[in-house]
Every structure is written in C-alpha cells, then in structure tokens.
Design a protein around this ligand. Structure first.
Ligand SMILES: [Fe+2]
Ligand SMILES: [Fe+2]
Length: 277
C-alpha cells in the first residue's frame, strides 16, 4: 500500500452529510431502545474527540506537519459524527440530553488522566512515541468503522443505516492515515516497535470506555458484536494490526470485547461465521 496522501485526505474532508437523510421514515420507524443507547454512546464518544486530541498533540507529535494537518481535519469530522447522530436521534423521536459535555469531561477516570500524563511525558521524551498514538488510533478507527457497519446492517431505520455507512467510510479513511503512519514509524525504528507493542498489548482499551461509561460500552459490544458476522470484522481489525511490525500476536481487541459478551465471543463453528464477508 502506498503512503497515505495527506493532501488528498484534506481535499476530501468535511462534515458528514445529513440533509438528504430520510427523516420522515426515521420519525415513522424510530429506533429501538438498544439502538438509542448505542447511538448515544457513539455520539458521546465522537463529540468528545477533542479530549483525545489534547493527548495526541503532545510533544513531538505537535511538531509533525502531516500529523497536525490530519488532526485538524480529523477532530472536525469526528465532532460532526456526534452532531449527525444527535440529529438522527432527535428525528427518530429521542431526546438528546443537555449538559452532556460537562458531565463527560468531569467523568474522565483517574486512570485515564494518569495515562494521559504518562503519555504526555513519553511524547516529549522521544519522537518514537508517535508510533504508539498512530497504532492506537488505527485500531480505534477500524473498530469504529466495524461498529457503524454492524449497526447499519441491523437497524430498520433507513436514516440511521445511511448515516452509519457514511460515518464508517470516514472512519476507514482515518484508519488508513493512522495505520500508514504507524507502519512507517514501526518499520523504521526498533524503539517505536517496542513502545507500540508495550502500549497496545498492555494498555489499550476500547474507545469511549472512560468518557461514555463502561456499562454503555458493554451494552454496545453486546448489541453490535454478538453475531458471528460482526465478530469476524473485529477479528479482521486484529489481523490488520498483527501485520504491523512489532504487533505480531496482538490479541487485546478480541480479548477485551470478547470479555464483554455474556456467552463469550462467537466461534468458527457457529453458523454465519464462515459466511461472514
Ligand atoms: Fe467518528
Ligand atoms: Fe474516526
């Protein structure tokens, strides 16, 4: 795969489109309680991307022009994912809570705060720490895309389905940037490989666990990834990550999400697993 072109990404960037969604059908069909909770979780995570960006802009990352250009576009698109989801939720007859922002920022866990401090320090100490942020971001974007695709496939609400597909496309574009950056840096440096391996194998947690609440994360995982075809997509994300030099044997994604599924993850023996595309 060629190096990801930042100029092309910026040229193609923008707020996800919502004006042509079928809001009339959304109002008529609505969303299930499970969908509403998943969408709330997604919107909360998306809207608060700026909190994560503060960490990403630490140390040497802030001095890399490709990364800063990407992050400028990234945070804007993510914010719009959140706003677009809120729009569809309202159209589907659901209330969007106010004062959400304050609650979530305050609700950031002590552990997350500590991790941010450590990551700030490390990012200032070595330029190779960028590889950690890039690998971390790549996995989060892939799992976000898988989540939106799973919801698009199961919902009866056409506005939700179309929006989720559009958001998933942007998440895949974000993934391509992060992944290309991670690979370039991990190929070039043993230190980058070591740091990324340590962080991903020991510290990575599913996105939103802190800002949007663990119970909501567990509910989202159960709703979206209990079916073999959806689970298979997470395995694909993990397989892509394993192809990064230094991340051989990476299995924290399926371990973490699998632990949230009451009966454990679907297995290859289940119907639908082999047919998953
Ligand atoms: Fe997003
Ligand atoms: Fe994204």
């Amino acid at each position: 795969m060629a190096d990801f072109q930042i100029d092309e990404l910026i040229d193609r960037s923008g707020a996800v489109r919502t004006d042509d969604l079928d809001f009339e059908a959304a109002a008529r069909i609505g969303v299930t309680d499970a969908e509403a909770r998943v969408l709330r979780y997604m919107a909360d995570t998306e809207t608060h991307t700026i909190i994560y960006m503060k960490d990403l802009l630490a140390g040497h990352s802030a001095r890399d022009p490709e990364i800063t250009a990407f992050l400028s576009v990234w945070v804007y698109e993510e914010l719009w994912h959140g706003r677009a989801i809120d729009r569809v939720l309202v159209a589907s007859g659901r209330e969007v809570p106010t004062e959400r922002s304050r609650e979530i920022t305050v609700g950031r866990s002590i552990r997350e705060g500590l991790e941010a401090l450590v990551s700030h320090a490390a990012a200032n100490l070595t330029p190779h720490f960028i590889a950690v942020h890039m690998a971390w971001g790549a996995l989060n974007e892939f799992t976000a895309a898988a989540s939106y695709n799973a919801l698009a496939r199961t919902t009866e609400n056409p506005a939700v389905a179309t929006l989720c597909r559009r958001i998933a496309q942007q998440e895949r574009k974000h993934f391509a940037f992060y992944y290309g950056q991670a690979r370039k840096r991990m190929e070039a440096s043993r230190v980058a490989r070591g740091l990324a391996r340590f962080a991903m194998m020991n510290l990575w947690d599913p996105v939103g666990d802190g800002v949007a609440g663990h119970d909501n994360l567990a509910h989202t995982a159960r709703t979206l990834f209990a079916e073999p075809w959806a689970w298979r997509e997470l395995e694909r994300a993990e397989e892509r990550m394993q192809q990064l030099p230094g991340l051989e044997g990476f299995d924290r994604l399926t371990l973490k999400i699998g632990a949230l599924l009451p009966g454990g993850p679907p297995t290859a023996a289940e119907p639908g697993y082999a047919a998953a595309h």
